[in-house]
Design a protein around this ligand. Structure first.
Ligand code: NAD
Length: 709
């Protein structure tokens, strides 16, 4: 049974959620049916004096069964699902006996909603346990009464950010927020407190069922909340450009609940829930950010048959921006780090980067001075290759220069055991070529981090021609050890992420050269769902760096007797750097001006340098920016640069910020419809050029009626 029913001598029933054959409890029929039956038993048995709801697993209840929600396409089914769940939660809170949620671990989404329907909530004070309503992260809203109970419990204003941002709180923070009433030391203490509360409070009433109920902070019509309703939707829209239906539905549901009674509010919530469930956005987000991400985390791209490994000692060559970030992220999980540079000052500077980040934690009270010292003691800043002895893994992050990389590879390998893995963090140089400097190319791999390393969740693992599957598995394990998401790609120019990402600023620059207004171009990027406009992001990358890469690519092609493919955006990069001396953000001038201490603004000179011509419809700009990226991702898939749909989608969102609401670059094609994507690409090709020619694979898939699975 998924719910164990146990009654003690004092008439206190403990309902223990414990789904057989699952590591976690999830909300589906398998759980809700027995729960409903248990509630029926309680309602019919006057000898029961109180109810404790707890779980037999490590977590309390992780939330709804996403698979089930994902499969729903009819809004009536979604409405019914929400109504059914709410129906028995309502019976539980109106059963006339005290009901206590004894939260032995994490309660998220439907799990927290169950707890909110209990009269009292106690949680074990375990820093790993999380409490929250994170539905918005999958394009959904809390449909089990969350948008009704939480605002009535803690107030409209404090509850909104929790639901709109899907924040997950630790037990102590949830208690401070008024969501949990009490904390317990351990399971025994938890159950003892729960029972004591039941015995001391025989007839509790939920605040919203109390005749004298007053909304904390006022209801939705209260003047104190008036401003909120005037501003919050526009603020949400300013951030999301209307791409995400869930935040607007959450606000509407809270508002509706705030001008009506509890039961009507609940009904209304089910309708908003249904709207989210059947939206293409939630399907995109769940498919990629739930199913595909979980599969990656479980090792879908990791070679089978290789034992799991952990890195104990890590060497990093080059203590610059990337090396310093990799050192921080690795020491954070307890790895001993040797951080090497050409001078002690440079190595120390790299270590000081960690110190700076730790100081921020110290200030916020998330770290003790001893914790900081222990952290820093794990990083040895040095110039001596001798210190690399005993490293399981060495990552080079020196200048992007083949000769320097070859030199440090040889010097490091001389100190390493033959089993150690050597990785390059190059962003542009093919791994197979770099591996030629290595005596053991089987142990050579690319680990491409993103900047800033401490914040960016992805590492692109690049497999060279000679990289062994053991080395790949060890690289994969290390990336997971530092709590980042690995995607696995094959060696190719620009690998996967840099190659596809480049199409975005390049298209933006092409639009500029064609005479589109720079503000429309930037807005089109944001409307497409990208985090930053294409011109702004090009400034961040630096125009001079892009020019350097372009020139290097031309040289490499020429060396092979070929000509590098040219993009119309290249002329803009060349003009900006060579003619106008505008190198990008670091130089304080690119497409934008960056006044010291002030706000950036588009450079006025753009008007003269790139005169306006007839303006295209905004949707044309948006399509060009999205299609350019998605088509390149499809080409990478076709060429075998990426081999898993999940890696391709997740890599696009986590690596270069491809519109998350689209579910990643390949899911965007799925959602448009492969045949429609091909048709539109051909139109764009005819109007704007060869680069929009749909990948051959897409044309074939369209003919066969297939999609990316
Ligand atoms: P950086 O210039 O900030 O740092 C490079 C460091 O390497 C410097 O501290 C330099 O002193 C040191 N160095 C140079 N030669 C050395 C040698 N022979 N031995 C030891 N140390 C040496 O550069 P970065 O931005 O950290 O980039 C490093 C590598 O990471 C490059 O290959 C780059 O392409 C790649 N990368 C950069 C980014 C990024 O966003 N900056 C992203 C991914 C990958």
């Amino acid at each position: 049974m998924s719910v164990n029913f146990e009654k003690d001598n004092d008439g206190i029933v403990t309902l223990t959620l414990d789904m057989p054959g699952r590591s976690m409890n999830v909300l589906n029929d398998e759980l809700s049916q027995p729960l409903a039956e248990a509630i029926g038993r309680i309602e019919g048995d006057a000898s029961i004096k109180g109810v404790i709801v707890t779980s037999g697993k490590k977590e309390f209840l992780a939330g709804a069964d996403i698979e089930k929600v994902f499969a729903i396409t009819d809004p009536a089914d979604a409405f019914k699902l929400a109504e059914d769940y709410k129906g028995f939660l309502r019976r539980l809170e109106l059963c006339g006996r005290p009901v206590v949620a004894a939260l032995n671990g994490t309660a998220l989404g439907g799990g927290l909603e169950l707890a909110l329907a209990c009269h009292y909530r106690i949680a074990i004070d375990d820093p790993k346990a999380q409490f929250g309503l994170p539905e918005v992260k999958l394009g959904l809203l809390p449909g089990g009464g969350g948008t009704q109970r939480l605002p009535r419990l803690i107030g409209i204003q404090p509850s909104l950010p929790l639901m709109l941002e899907g924040k997950e709180l630790k037990a102590s923070d949830a208690k401070n927020a008024g969501i949990i009433h009490a904390l317990a030391r351990d399971r025994e203490d938890l159950l003892a407190q729960a029972k004591a509360w039941c015995l001391a409070n025989p007839k509790p009433v939920q605040p919203w069922d109390d005749k004298k109920f007053k909304w904390p902070g006022g209801d939705a019509k209260a003047p104190a909340n008036g401003q909120l309703w005037a501003i919050a939707p526009s603020m949400a829209n300013a951030k999301t450009y209307g791409n995400y239906p869930a935040p607007i539905n959450i606000m509407a549901s809270v508002f509706d609940g705030g001008i009506t009674d509890f039961d009507t509010g609940c009904r209304s919530e089910s309708r908003y829930f249904a709207n989210c469930v059947v939206s293409q956005v939630s399907k995109n987000m769940i498919g990629t950010l739930w199913f595909q991400l979980n599969a990656i985390n479980k090792g879908s791209s990791r070679p089978e048959g290789v034992e799991r490994s952990t890195v104990k000692k890590l060497g990093i060559l080059g203590a610059g921006m990337m090396g310093a970030g990799i050192a921080y992220s690795s020491a954070k999980v307890g790895i001993e780090v040797v951080l090497l540079d050409t001078t002690q000052e440079a190595a120390d500077r790299g270590k000081a980067y960690s110190s700076g980040l730790l100081d921020k934690d110290l200030k916020k009270g998330r770290l003790t001075p001893e914790g900081k010292d222990q952290f820093l003691a794990r990083i040895k800043a040095t110039t001596s290759y001798d210190d690399l002895k005993g490293c399981d893994l060495v990552i080079e992050a020196v200048f992007e220069d083949r000769a320097i990389k070859a030199d440090v590879t040889r010097k490091a390998e001389a100190q390493l055991a033959r089993t150690a893995v050597f990785a390059s963090n190059t962003s542009t140089l093919p791994i197979t070529g770099l591996a030629e400097a290595s005596e053991r190319p089987k142990n050579f791999i690319g680990l491409h981090f993103f900047s800033p390393v401490d914040k960016m969740p992805l590492v692109e693992i690049i497999v060279g021609k000679k990289t062994s599957k053991e080395t790949l598995a060890r690289g994969f394990d290390y990336v997971q050890q530092i709590k980042k998401t690995p995607i696995v790609v094959n060696d190719s120019r620009g690998f996967y992420t840099s190659r596809c990402f480049a199409t975005y600023p390049m298209e933006g620059m092409t639009l500029l050269a064609e005479g589109q207004h720079p503000r429309s171009i930037e807005m089109a990027g944001l409307q497409a769902g990208m985090p930053v406009g294409p011109l702004a992001v090009q400034d961040e990358v630096s125009l001079s760096l892009s020019l350097h890469v372009l020139e290097q690519t031309r040289k490499d092609f020429a060396a092979e007797g070929k000509t590098a493919p040219e993009h119309p955006g290249v002329a803009v990069v060349e003009k900006m750097v060579k003619v106008l001396d505008r190198q990008g953000k670091k130089a304080g001038k690119g497409f934008y001006d960056y006044p010291a201490g002030g706000q950036k603004s588009l450079w006025k000179g753009l008007a003269e340098q790139f005169p306006l011509k007839e303006q295209l419809p905004q949707q044309e700009l948006i399509d060009r920016l999205l299609y350019a990226q998605a088509n390149e991702a499809a080409k990478c898939y076709e060429e075998g640069v990426v081999t898993a749909v999940g890696d391709t989608n997740i890599g696009s969102i986590f690596g270069w910020g491809f519109a998350p609401h689209q579910g990643g670059a390949l899911q965007f094609i799925n959602a448009v419809g492969v045949a429609q994507f091909v048709k539109r690409s051909k139109e764009l090709e005819k109007r704007y050029g060869e680069r929009f020619k749909p990948a051959k694979l897409l044309v074939k898939m369209a003919k066969e009626g297939r999609r990316f699975e």
